[in-house]
Design a protein. Structure first.
Ligand code: TRP
Length: 439
């Protein structure tokens, strides 16, 4: 039996706005669905450091963080299964940002889309190219690289406009690995082509910047009113209507089943009045949203509970981030002076590594344990009859990593769940070191 290796999926949401139906259909709903996959570990976070790049209104940042956290949970994100946290609760991220800053070419950042767009706009207006451009905007891709590389994400679901940033994160990882040894996983962007792009009230893509959004959890009466303001043509009741180019129809399609959609298409052909079509749309959306709206309100009214959930998520995330940043500090040479120095300028190959230790107990049986570079116990085996059996188990763990751990549980003493990320991380370090040694 072979078990599938677990895939780590990570994505961030910038906390500058109120979630709307476009966010729900394009990101929240598909991501919550994907997060239920048993073979993936989801890392979802509120990118509030990123928010500071675009927004200097503290109240708005706080409110948006509250609303986005409540929206994701009300939409079904299981915060016990996934790791859901706030970027600014992970102090290791800004530290990693600096390490990555030092391996990123300035010229690479000059070509980042968001920065380039700002420069182009200034040039077109005859202003200084960097007029009103903050260093924060310029550094945006590096902070994003730190978000991703910190947790060794394999897959990063993003919109098309973000693909370039994931490629930059890969380059940062490669450069760092090349200089300091294999520490980072190279991430891949995932762009969900099948996810609907929702039109907004005016027919253009629903987006905060067009001011054409329908908030996800507005009270039902407000949602009904906004749906009534969706732009249509001026065909009278009884006149056949075209589904093509109808924003109303496209929004309906994003919520309805194939049969429901076909039924509305038929009603269009038969000349349904726009007012009636809007009522159909409102009822269909409300059927999906109303049950979540209740939980959303409950969470919004209880921010202390959300704080608690986010801090628990940050705790979980830091189980990985804290030992990893320690490893990285050591790798780049930020070390205790007493830890020994290497000979003049020679590149180092040896860093303190996690390791397996085999031993025999008084009961005559053979055991092993795994400890991290600082000597903390991470895994403890049960007793084996022979050293060979113990050795074989170690070899499997070293070569297959966490992929085989489910099959090994009967050979291991239960480890507290919060150590699992450290186990995985350290198995990865051992694997990487073995791979390097073979090169
Ligand atoms: N920049 C992303 C956006 O605007 C948000 C984000 C921040 C992100 N850090 C991330 C997305 C890391 C994926 C991974 O959509």
């Amino acid at each position: 039996m072979t078990s599938t290796p677990r895939t780590r999926v990570l994505t961030g949401i910038t906390t500058t706005g109120t979630p709307h139906l476009g966010n729900y259909v394009g990101a929240i709903r598909p991501t919550v669905q994907a997060s239920r996959n048993a073979n993936t570990d989801g890392f979802y976070f509120l990118a509030d450091y990123h928010a500071l790049i675009k927004c200097d209104d503290p109240a708005r940042i706080q409110r948006s963080t509250l609303e986005i956290a409540a929206s994701w949970i009300a939409s079904g994100l299981d915060t016990d299964k996934v790791t859901f946290y706030r970027q600014s609760d992970i102090p290791e991220i800004p530290e990693l940002t600096w390490f990555l800053t030092c391996v990123t070419g300035k010229g690479v950042l000059n070509r980042a889309h968001a920065y380039k767009a700002a420069v182009d706009k200034n040039n077109a207006a005859g202003h200084d190219p960097d007029s009103d451009v903050t260093a924060g905007l310029f550094m945006y891709p590096v902070l994003m690289g730190a978000d991703i590389l910190m947790f060794k994400a394999h897959k990063v679901p993003v919109g098309r406009d973000q693909i370039q940033h994931i490629e930059m994160a890969r380059d940062m990882a490669s450069s760092f690995n090349h200089l300091y040894g294999e520490h980072f996983v190279l991430p891949e962007a995932v762009v969900e082509a099948s996810v609907a792009l929702l039109p907004g009230l005016d027919g253009r893509k629903m987006s905060k910047s067009y001011d054409n959004t329908i908030p996800l959890f507005a009270p039902a009466a407000q949602m009904r009113k906004q749906i009534a303001s969706i732009v249509t043509d001026s065909k009278a009741p009884g006149e056949a209507k075209s589904t093509e180019g109808s924003a109303l129809f496209q929004i309906y399609q994003a919520f309805a089943s194939a049969e429901e959609t076909a039924a509305l298409a038929k009603a269009y052909a038969e000349g349904i009045a726009w007012g009636d079509a809007k009522q159909v749309l409102f009822e269909r959306i409300d059927r999906e949203i109303a049950p979540m709206r209740e939980q959303y309100q409950e969470l919004i009214n209880n921010p202390a509970k959300l704080d608690q959930i986010l801090l628990a998520g940050a705790d979980k995330a830091r189980q990985m981030a804290t030992p990893f940043i320690k490893e990285l500090r050591h790798a780049v040479g930020l070390r205790a002076l007493s830890s020994g120095t290497s000979a003049s300028g020679a590149k180092e190959s040896k860093v303190a590594l996690p390791s397996f230790k085999q031993y025999r107990e008084k009961d005559g049986q053979f055991y092993f344990k795994m400890v991290d570079a600082q000597g903390q116990l991470l895994l403890q085996s049960k007793g084996f009859a022979s050293p060979k059996e113990a050795g074989q188990t170690i070899v499997r763990l070293q070569t297959e990593g966490l992929a085989c751990i489910a099959e090994m549980l009967h050979l291991l003493e239960p480890t507290s769940a919060h150590l699992l990320p450290s186990v995985e991380h350290n198995l990865g370090v051992i694997q990487a070191a073995n791979n390097n040694a073979r090169k």
